[in-house]
Design a binder for this molecule. Structure first.
Ligand code: SF4
Length: 183
């Protein structure tokens, strides 16, 4: 299992070790390469082609995340993390074992992902605290939104949603009072 992790690679568009815009607080942001949604007005159009990313081992990426001792939360973004579900799930699982909080951005809807039969997708969902779901919709773009680009996108408390069996939205105001349910 450890060898699988050591040898698994992820295709990256880039990383930001000290992001303050990809979720609350100081976070390590992982931007994967490749996204098939092709949203008009995409914030990272260079991340859309499946080719051209930097192939990195999960072990090297995890070591880089650990090296920033000030960061306790990680955001998976892109690109489309759910188009590299095995690698993202393995990374998220390793991070959760070490106590990191995980946010993930996706152009898919939660309901679509939750209905998939691919075990890697279920495994990735199992390790996400907050999922920001849905494509970027230019006509619903708003600069007032703190952690998403358009008003159709939802901040979903994934553990609470999986317990309830229906979408439970995460409320930003709750961050200072209590963390999402499995933190
Ligand atoms: S889902 Fe995100 S990365 Fe993909 S095309 Fe839409 S805005 Fe760009």
């Amino acid at each position: 299992m450890e060898n699988d992790f050591e040898n698994t690679t992820i295709s990256l568009y880039g990383t930001v070790p000290d992001s303050i815009v990809d979720g609350p607080g100081l976070r390590y942001a992982v931007f994967v390469q490749g996204c098939s949604h092709h949203c008009p007005g995409c914030h990272n159009p260079e991340s859309q082609p499946a080719e051209g990313g930097t192939e990195t081992t999960l072990a090297a990426l995890l070591a880089d995340i650990r090296a920033n001792g000030l960061v306790h939360d990680v955001t998976l973004s892109g690109g489309e993390p759910f188009e590299q579900p095995e690698a993202c799930a393995a990374l998220a699982a390793a991070l959760k074992r070490e106590g990191y909080g995980i946010w993930c951005y996706t152009g898919y809807l939660y309901d679509d992902l939750a209905g998939r039969t691919d075990p890697a997708i279920a495994n990735l969902l199992d390790h996400i605290d907050v999922l920001v779901d849905g494509p970027f919709v230019e006509s619903r773009k708003s600069l007032e939104l703190k952690w998403c680009g358009s008003s159709n996108q939802r901040l979903i408390d994934v553990p609470a949603t999986r317990r309830a069996g229906s979408v439970v939205e995460w409320q930003p105001a709750s961050f200072s009072l209590e963390k999402p349910s499995n933190w």
